[in-house]
Each structure stands twice: as structure tokens, then as C-alpha cells.
Design a protein around this ligand. Sequence first.
Ligand code: G3P
Length: 217
Amino acid sequence: MKIFLDTAETGELKSAFATGLIDGVTTNPSLIAKSGRDFKEVVAEICEMTDGPVSAEVASTEAEVMVKEGRILSDIASNVVVKLPLTFEGLSACRELTEDGIDTNVTLCFTAAQAWLAAKAGATYISPFIGRLDDLGMNGMELIEEIRILYDQHGYETQVLAASIRGPVHVKEAALAGADVATIPPKVFSQLIKHPLTDKGLDDFVKDWKGTGQSIL
Ligand code: G3P
């Protein structure tokens, strides 16, 4: 499973990219607003930091305008993926941009039937929102499992991009459920790596090694 970072903060991206473990980036209008920066400028900057796909979301809710915005976003860099909402208009725009050879990420997916339509519209990625379903007392991971089965049974190549991830358990379960990608906030990326027993074990090893008075170098 690939890992994308769900952020528009270039500082956070820089340190995460240094691990070599990040395959791409997703942004959305809320993350752009949080960054306080110019949208196109941030997208261009992120695209320079990675060869991986970088999702940039349209702002309009009308298909015709979404297509125009999508083409502008796509011209920023060759690795831009145009993010579109899972609405009637968004799916129409997805079909048109796909026919132009532009990669798309259909977002705000909450049912397997919606995911099926996005695949029919030619979406490169579908973004089911796990955390927001869990917040309503529903089972977000079940949605990933259903989409996986549906896509495999019908031979759709749209990649399942698990989104709205709230913690390391979501990441593990998304991988086990067959998601192609998990897009995770930088905080969750750190949580995935860090474990108190790893830290304690390493402290002990460092102390014991010092006691030997030896050096490897
Ligand atoms: O970028 C889309 C998605 O990951 C947003 O997650 O935490 O706002 O539900 P969240």
C-alpha cells in the first residue's frame, strides 16, 4: 500500500519526504485554508518536492467550471491529480478530464455505489472517508472492504485511496482491507513509526553499548 501525506504544509512534507517512505500528497480546500498560502503556489511547490501524485481540488460545484479549473491545475505540473467531489457535476467533470488524459481523484465518497460510479467515470483514485463515517457511529473500514470487492469483481482499475484517516489502526486496517493508498496526516505518520517500547529498548541498548567502551567506527 502506498502512503500519501494529507497536508498542504510544505515544512511537514520536507521532513517526511526525507524518509523516502512517502509516495504522494493530497490536499483539499480546508488544508489550503489552514496553510494560509496561495493555492497554486503551494501546489507548484509540493510538485517540485516529489515526482509522486499531488492531488489539488477544484473549487467550483459546476461541471463546466470544474473542467476549466481542472485543466488549469493540471498545467501546474505533470504530477498534479485533479480532485473532484463525488456529485453529479463532479462525475461529469471526471469523465471529461479523464478523456483528456488528466488524472483524477474523486473525493468525499461515503458509499460503495458512489465508488462504483466514480470508477465508471474513469477516476484514477477514489477517496472513501473512513474517519468521518466512524464519527457518525458507522464502520468506515467496511466501506474500504466493499469497494475493494466491487472493483476486483468488476475489473475496475481505479485505485482505492483510504482518506480521513485518524490513527495508525486505520492505516493498518486499510492495508489489510486492500486499499491501494492511504493518505495520512503528518501526525499519524509519526505515530506509525513511534512506539514506547522501541524508545525504551533503544535507550537500554545505547546505555549498555556505552558501558562496553567499544566503537564500531
Ligand atoms: O483530504 C481528505 C480527507 O483525508 C480529510 O480528512 O480528517 O478532514 O476527515 P478529515
